[in-house]
Design a protein around this ligand. Sequence first.
Ligand code: 6GU
Length: 220
Amino acid sequence: MMKFDIITIFPGIFDSWVKESIIARAQKNKLIKIKAHNLRKWAKDRHQTVDDRPFGGGLGMVLKVKPIFKAVSALKNRKTKIILFTPRGKKFNQKMASKFSKLDQLILICGRYEGVDERIAKYIADEKVSIGDYDLMGGALAAMVVIETVARLIPGVIGKPQLLKERITKQKGFIEYPQYTRPEVFSPKKGVKWKVPKVLLSGHHKKIQDWRQKHGKVVE
Ligand code: 6GU
């Protein structure tokens, strides 16, 4: 079973996402385990301080290195990778997801927008990951993106294993192609017809495959 340990100052953000959908079912079936840990658990002073003012001055607060170090030390076991989410990280893609899916555990450190002490990136994290070139409020959404992408690659997480296999192309990766269902013709208003491509109604397997290859996108 693959374990996802999230370190965050906003564990509540993950609640509904963990309780619903395919992620919840995968947990119930003991294929994965997701736990959002409150970083304050590892801040033992009276105010459970997890952040402090930046050296050199500047606005905002910076997450301290010690609580994160203690959290990671407490959570780390098995074949694991420690990921720090930061806009300066390596851009996340399907290939990284595929590598991560072979581990026993991911520890995901969610920073927040003002910043985290750079020693966490330098000494604690195995990988620095960004999910794209835009600014978020913190790493929580990035963690959900990574966990969902990785979890669905684990055998059994997606209901029918054929669903994964069907999309594996001759090359590496998955093919994402356009899909249609009934009706064959939809009329949003008089004189307008939105039609399903004829080839998909033909029953001609090879032609359908070629069409899907041509119009699809390979994600790897
Ligand atoms: Cl991982 N964190 C933040 N704060 N912003 C981001 C990001 C991560 N990836 C893209 N933007």
